[in-house]
Design a protein around this ligand. Structure first.
Ligand SMILES: Cc1cc2nc3c(=O)[nH]c(=O)nc-3n(C[C@H](O)[C@H](O)[C@H](O)COP(=O)(O)OP(=O)(O)OC[C@H]3O[C@@H](n4cnc5c(N)ncnc54)[C@H](O)[C@@H]3O)c2cc1C
Length: 508
C-alpha cells in the first residue's frame, strides 16, 4: 500500500491549532485532507512536556473566545460543533495588577471589573463601565462584520461605534474618557497579549481583547493546552483526515501561479488542489516556493513591509510547596515598574532586564496541575524578535541564564519568597526554543505587529491583493486574526473558508 494517496483536495502544512482547525472544517465539508507535521506529535506551541515525572504546560496562560457551557463564544462553539470535547476550566480572575502604587485583583464581568477599578481609584465607575461597554459594542460589530461584510453606508448605520473608532489608536480613544492615570493603568495590563503600545495599537484590537477577556473571562483545558491539540487531531482522524507526523514540508509546488502540491524533506512529492501553510509567508516566499521564479515580487514586498511582532521568553518552575505556602494568591499577575505601554514596548527590543512580566500559577485554576504539595509557576516576558537575533551561539547560555535569573529574582521580591529555594524543576524557554520547536520565522509567535497603518481593517481591505499564489492559503498567527491560541482557530477556519469559497466559485 502506498503511504500517500495520488491526490488530495487539500494539504495542510503544520498540525497545530491553526492547521488542525482548517483540517477539521474541511473534513466536516467532506473534503479529503492531508496534514503534514514536522514533529512527532500535534499542537506546535500548544503542547506540554514531562520533567521529573511531572507534566508541564509549555505555553498557555489563558484562552479567549471560549465562553461558558451555556454561552459559548466562537472558539468554544467551534470545538463543540466539531465534536472536540475539551474539559474547560474557568480562570478565576482577570488579573492581579502589580504596578507602581497599585496592587489590585480584578475579575471578569464588565460591571464587576468597573466596580473593582472604582474601589482602587474612587469615582471612576461610570467612566470605566463606559469604556468597557464601548469595547463590547465594537467587539460585537467585529464579530458580525467578519461573517457578514457590508457596504460603508450600511456599516455606518448599523455599526456606528465601530466605524467611528476604527481609525483611532487606543491611546486616542481612551484619552477622551478623561480618566485618572491609575484607572487607565488598570485598563492596560492585557496590552502585552497583542504586543503593541497604545500609541500604535488600533482601538478595534484593544476592544476585542477587553470585551472578550473581561466580558466573558478566560479558560484553560484541564489537561493543558495539549488536550486541545490531541483531541483536535484525534477528532480530525475520526473524520477521515490523514495526519502524518515527522514530515517536514520543504517545498510548495507551484505552476503558472497556482499551487498544486508539496515536497517533503524525505523526498515525497504529494499532490493536491489546494495547500494551506502554517509556516510564515516569510518562510514560504523566501525559500519554500518551487520554482522560486513563481514568487511574485509583490509577495516579497509584502513580507518585507510588515513588522514582525513578539516572541516569548518563559521560565517555568515546579516548586516544592503549595501556592498558598509560597504566598501565591492569584492565578495571573501582570507586574511592571510602569504602565506606559509604548515605553514598555521599546524596552522589549533589548535583552533585559525586562520591566513587564506576566506570571501564572496553574494550580490556582487547575488544583491538580501538579502533584499534591507542589505547584507550577510560570514567568513570561514577550520580547521583540530583533534583539534576540543579535545573540551569538557563544553568548546564548549566559544571556539566557541572566534573563531567567532577573525574572525569578523580580517575582521572588514580589512574593517575599526566594523561589530558587523551592525549585524541583526549572525550564527556560527562549525565542530560540520557540523558533527551533515550531519553525516559526525568527521564533515570532505573534505574527505581524498591529499598527495604525497595518491593522485588521486595512488587512481586510488588502486581503485580495495580497493573495499572491492561487490555491495557496495561510493559517497561523501571521494571518488576519493575529496571535493567540483562540485566534489560531479562527485563522484556520478562515483559511478553510477561503478554500471552500474558491472551490465553489471555480465549480460554477
Ligand atoms: C510561552 C508562550 C506563552 C503563550 N501564551 C499564550 C496564552 O496564554 N494564550 C494564547 O492564546 N496564546 C498564547 N501563546 C501564543 C500561542 O501559543 C500561539 O499564538 C499559537 O499556539 C500558535 O499556533 P499556530 O497554529 O499558529 O502555530 P504553532 O503552534 O507555531 O505551530 C505551527 C506548526 O506548524 C508546524 N510546521 C511549521 N513549518 C512546517 C513545515 N515546513 N512542515 C511541517 N510542519 C511545519 C510546526 O511544527 C508546528 O506544529 C503563547 C506562546 C508562547 C510561546
Amino acid at each position: 500500500m502506498k503511504f500517500y494517496k495520488d491526490h488530495y483536495d487539500v494539504i495542510v502544512i503544520g498540525g497545530a491549532l491553526a492547521g488542525l482547525s482548517a483540517a477539521l472544517m474541511l473534513a466536516d465539508k467532506g473534503k479529503d485532507v492531508l496534514v503534514l507535521e514536522r514533529h512527532n506529535l500535534p499542537g506546535g506551541i500548544a503542547t506540554s512536556f514531562v520533567r521529573g515525572g511531572i507534566e508541564i504546560e509549555a505555553s498557555l496562560h489563558e484562552m479567549m473566545s471560549i465562553g461558558s457551557k451555556d454561552h459559548r463564544l466562537k472558539v468554544g462553539k467551534f470545538f463543540d460543533d466539531m465534536g472536540v470535547d475539551v474539559d474547560w476550566l474557568k480562570v478565576p480572575e482577570a488579573y492581579h495588577a502589580s504596578l507602581p502604587g497599585l496592587e489590585v485583583t480584578l475579575h471578569p464581568g464588565l460591571e464587576t471589573f468597573a466596580k473593582e477599578v472604582d474601589s482602587a481609584v474612587p469615582g471612576t465607575y461610570e467612566k470605566v463601565l463606559k469604556v468597557l461597554n464601548l469595547c463590547h459594542t465594537v467587539f460585537d460589530s467585529v464579530n458580525e462584520l467578519s461573517i457578514h461584510p457590508m457596504s460603508k453606508p450600511q456599516m455606518l448605520l448599523k455599526h456606528e461605534a465601530f466605524v467611528k473608532t476604527a481609525g483611532y489608536s487606543t491611546e486616542e480613544v481612551l484619552k477622551t474618557f478623561d480618566l485618572p492615570q491609575k484607572a487607565l493603568d488598570l485598563l492596560a495590563p492585557y496590552w502585552i497579549y497583542v504586543g503593541t503600545g497604545f500609541k500604535e495599537l488600533p482601538f478595534t484590537i484593544y476592544s476585542v481583547l477587553m470585551a472578550d477577556y473581561i466580558g466573558y473571562g478566560s479558560y484553560i483545558p484541564r489537561k493543558f493546552s495539549h488536550e486541545m491539540s490531541l483531541k483536535m487531531a484525534e477528532r480530525a482522524t475520526e473524520m477521515g483526515v490523514q495526519i502524518e507526523y515527522k514530515q517536514h514540508v520543504d517545498k510548495i509546488l507551484v505552476k503558472d501561479g497556482k499551487a498544486y502540491g508539496v515536497r517533503t524533506r524525505r523526498g515525497d512529492e504529494i499532490y493536491a488542489d489546494y495547500v494551506i501553510s502554517s509556516a510564515y509567508p516569510n518562510s514560504v516566499y523566501s525559500h519554500m516556493i518551487e520554482p522560486a521564479s513563481e514568487v511574485p515580487a509583490g509577495a516579497i514586498k509584502m513580507v518585507n513591509g510588515r513588522r514582525l511582532s513578539l516572541t516569548a521568553f518563559s521560565v517555568i518552575l515546579i516548586l516544592d510547596k503549595t501556592a498558598e505556602e509560597l504566598n501565591i494568591h492569584d492565578y495571573s499577575v501582570f507586574r511592571g515598574d510602569s504602565m506606559d505601554t509604548d515605553m514598555l514596548y521599546k524596552d522589549l527590543a533589548g535583552l533585559g532586564p525586562y520591566r513587564y512580566l506576566t506570571c501564572i500559577c496553574h494550580n490556582l485554576a487547575n488544583p491538580d496541575a501538579t502533584p499534591k504539595g507542589t505547584c507550577s509557576y510560570s514567568i513570561t516576558t514577550l520580547p521583540q524578535v530583533d534583539g534576540w537575533k543579535t545573540v551569538s551561539a557563544d553568548e546564548y547560555d549566559e544571556v539566557k541564564h541572566r534573563v531567567a535569573r532577573q525574572m525569578i529574582d523580580d517575582m521572588s521580591a514580589y512574593l517575599g519568597v526566594n523561589l530558587l529555594d523551592h525549585v524541583l524543576e526549572c525550564v527556560i524557554e527562549t525565542p530560540m526554543t520557540v523558533s527551533h520547536y515550531t519553525g516559526m520565522w525568527n521564533g515570532c509567535i505573534y505574527g505581524y505587529a498591529h499598527t495604525m497603518e497595518d491593522h485588521i481593517v486595512a488587512r481586510l481591505q488588502t486581503a485580495e491583493a495580497e493573495h499572491f499564489i492561487d490555491h495557496l492559503e495561510f493559517s497561523g498567527a501571521h494571518q488576519i486574526s493575529g496571535d493567540g491560541m483562540g485566534p489560531q482557530v479562527t485563522n484556520g477556519r478562515k483559511a478553510a473558508k477561503n478554500v471552500l469559497d474558491t472551490m465553489a466559485k471555480e465549480a460554477k
